[in-house]
Ligand binder design. Structure first.
Ligand SMILES: Nc1ncnc2c1ncn2[C@@H]1O[C@H](COP(=O)(O)OP(=O)(O)OP(=O)(O)O)[C@@H](O)[C@H]1O
Length: 321
């Protein structure tokens, strides 16, 4: 593989061009996914001239990103899943470095939602797109003051994602999330939600009993899911209303398979969102899979604030009806 190509944000890179990345690091989470990737990551990193920094504990990726930001590093490859990427992005932001450091995900986690939606499907392709891929600026979501590249989930599925065990993840892969959610449904008595969504100065309000509120930055939860437009300054918001478990399954299938809007699912796009519960109950939510809670939740976007390398399948303006 050749060394880094000259890249202008938003422009596809054609052919080999002079190097501009001053120093390149891989932040490697050795325990992400099936934990068998460290050897391959180190090998390719050595071949391509990256320094590898390994995480030793939870939160370490954010500290390493801060160190990268205070040095000469202009490119960080993140060998981990969505949780590790989340830490890196917040670590870079703590040093106000999002504008000078480009990030590329190396998908070695369990779900790798961000990497998949950026069109980066393997470790090798990750190193490759740094040389030959386009570079773009994508939106980041903010929830409770914390950045999230992927999603924020409040209510039942937030609990479920926290409760999703490693064993379950190994057996069912990305389905673990859904399976755990359905398992927990019986014990969950809903959340009375007052939600205000703002888009281009227009307010939309929703109040009622909800199972969960799903907010996607790079991913869509509505209809058949897939990649969201992550350059338009909007979040994709889905509220799943409280309903019997049997209806929930039908609802999920109808939404996923047929792509139809149905009565128990409310969908809105928003650049700003406020979620409150009726009696100021605590809202449990997960940011890119990590648990949080607060009495209210304010979300918004920081449009086009993260520089990323993307693969050929990445679509800057995906079409959905
Ligand atoms: N050395 C370590 N030992 C234990 N945990 C670690 C270590 N390094 C990082 N972590 C933690 O591992 C967690 C999971 O990482 P990550 O999200 O990358 O993988 P994943 O959950 O398998 O993938 P995905 O989020 O894509 O489903 C993160 O919360 C991170 O803080």
């Amino acid at each position: 593989m050749k060394h880094t190509a000259e890249t202008t944000v938003d422009e596809p890179v054609v052919g080999a061009m002079p190097q501009t990345d001053r120093e390149r690091w891989v932040i490697l989470n050795p325990v992400s996914g099936t934990a068998d990737h460290a050897g391959q990551v180190r090998e390719l990193a050595a071949e391509c001239g990256y320094r590898v920094r390994k995480t030793d504990y939870e939160g370490h990726a954010a500290e390493l990103a801060q160190q990268a930001a205070t040095g000469d590093v202009t490119l960080v490859a993140v060998a981990g899943g969505d949780g590790t990427l989340h830490e890196v992005v917040n670590g870079l932001d703590d040093e106000d470095a999002l504008d000078r450091v480009t990030v590329v995900p190396l998908p070695v986690g369990t779900e790798n939602v961000v990497a998949n939606n950026l069109g980066v499907r393997s470790i090798e392709q990750g190193f490759d797109v740094v040389e030959t891929g386009a570079r773009r600026r994508i939106d980041l979501g903010v929830a409770d003051g914390e950045l999230f590249p992927m999603s924020c989930i409040a209510g039942l599925l937030a609990d479920a994602s926290i409760a999703t065990s490693d064993e379950l993840k190994e057996r069912f892969g990305s389905m673990a999330f859904v399976v755990a959610g359905l398992q927990e449904m019986a014990a969950f008595d809903g959340l009375h939600v007052d939600l205000t969504a703002v888009s281009q100065g227009e307010e939309t309000r929703w109040s009622g009993e909800a199972i969960c509120v799903l907010v996607g930055n790079i991913r869509r939860f509505a209809k058949e899911g897939g990649q969201a437009n992550v350059e338009d300054g909007h979040l994709e918001v889905v509220i799943i209303e409280q309903m019997p478990t049997s209806e929930m399954v039908v609802e999920a299938l109808t939404q996923r398979v047929l792509g139809e809007e149905t009565k128990n699912v409310f969908h809105v796009r928003a650049s700003q969102l406020e979620i409150r519960t009726a009696d100021e109950e605590t809202i449990d939510f997960s940011l890119d899979g990590e648990p949080h809670s607060d009495s209210e939740l304010v979300l918004y976007t920081r449009p086009r604030s993260l520089r990323v390398c993307v693969g050929p399948d990445y679509d800057p303006s995906p079409f959905y009806s």
